[in-house]
Design a protein around this ligand. Structure first.
Ligand code: SD4
Length: 334
């Protein structure tokens, strides 16, 4: 390639040129890789990140870090939004969704999983022990039991029961009627649902991610959001970076949100800018009033740079590059 061609290439696609050559430059300069883990919602991060960090700081894999990290939230019976203690669907069932992705493009996911304590572990088993990538409902439950997990009680946790009874008293819920299109979209100021999506880079520079949730509270029975959908709630490309989402899953699925964020990073945008561009896409194409929904992304690139962006204010996240979980508030579009 002569000089003129290089200048032309820089003019046309300077950013991707930079990213392509930037990485190999880093490699040859042997910039030390510093492990890092971040996760959605600081109130989840503060519990989950330290366990992930412990694994990363002892040279453990990013995959083990994210699985064990988010499991802390799954195991917490007082967690409103993750694991079996979480708020149920309209019919009173807690149905759980999870996905996991490693540095080799291996993926596993479960959805509408009932009475199983760790959906993220089931997702990992789908990835490692089956020829498939996504198992749902009763099949996912059977598989989890087959892999040694226990069938837990279907009773709601005290907090969830209380919230459900409150919701029932106000919702005028009538099962099996036509459901208004927007009925399950809580207004933004009531948006208090805290899925945990976690992404990490280990000391070998490998990326992995995990996302686990009970989905939107009081959703229709059988509704599945973005969290277990690879490319929507979670995506990892070990050559580029990783991203995960929280918020109204319908909007994240509509835009293949996490994949979109990673693709923007591939074009050379910073993690924060990549998240912002994905949020702008959501605002642009959603058929809903953007003010009535919330979506937040977090992202991490191969250089260990991270960022986030949300549709509305109020989305925070936690980052560990040492023992301390640092709180960050994402910038917002609206
Ligand atoms: C869903 N994205 O099921 C999830 C919900 C969520 O914070 O992230 N809440 O649509």
């Amino acid at each position: 390639m002569n000089r003129r061609e290089i200048v032309k290439l820089l003019g046309l696609g300077g950013l991707s040129f930079y990213s392509k050559f930037g990485y190999s430059k880093n490699k040859s300069n042997k910039i030390p890789i510093k492990p890092i883990v971040l996760s959605t919602w600081h109130n989840q991060s503060i519990k989950a990140n330290p366990i992930a960090w412990q694994i990363l700081s002892q040279n453990g894999s990013a995959l083990d870090a994210v699985e064990n990290g988010v499991q802390v939230c799954e195991n917490d019976i007082n967690n409103c939004c993750v694991g079996l203690g979480a708020y149920p669907d309209r019919d009173g069932f807690v149905t759980l969704d999870a996905s996991i992705m490693n540095h080799q493009y291996e993926i596993g996911a479960v959805a509408a999983l009932e009475r199983i304590k760790s959906p993220i572990h089931t997702a990992r088993m789908v990835m490692e022990k089956t020829p498939h990538v996504f198992i749902v409902g009763k099949g996912a439950q059977d598989f989890a039991l087959n892999q040694g997990q226990n069938l837990e009680s279907s009773d709601l946790s005290p907090n969830a029961l209380n919230a459900y009874q409150n919701w029932l008293s106000k919702s005028e819920y009538q099962p099996k009627i036509n459901i208004e299109k927007n009925q399950n979209t809580p207004p933004a100021n009531e948006f208090n649902h805290d899925t945990i999506g976690m992404i990490a880079m280990d000391a070998n520079g490998n990326l992995s991610g995990a996302c686990t949730t009970s989905g939107m509270a009081f959703k229709m029975h059988g509704r599945v959001g973005d969290s277990p959908v690879i490319g929507a709630g979670l995506y990892v490309d070990n050559a580029i970076g990783a991203a995960t989402a929280t918020g109204h899953g319908e909007e994240v699925i509509r835009t293949c949100g996490s994949f979109l964020v990673v693709e923007y990073m591939r074009r050379g945008f910073s993690p924060e800018k990549a998240c912002k561009l994905a949020v702008e896409r959501i605002k642009q194409i959603t058929p809903r009033d953007p003010k009535s929904i919330q979506v937040g992304f977090i992202a991490l690139n191969k250089k260990g740079e991270f960022g986030a962006y949300a549709l509305q204010k109020g989305f925070d996240f936690g980052v560990n590059t040492n023992d301390e979980t640092k709180k960050f508030e994402a910038l917002a579009l609206i």
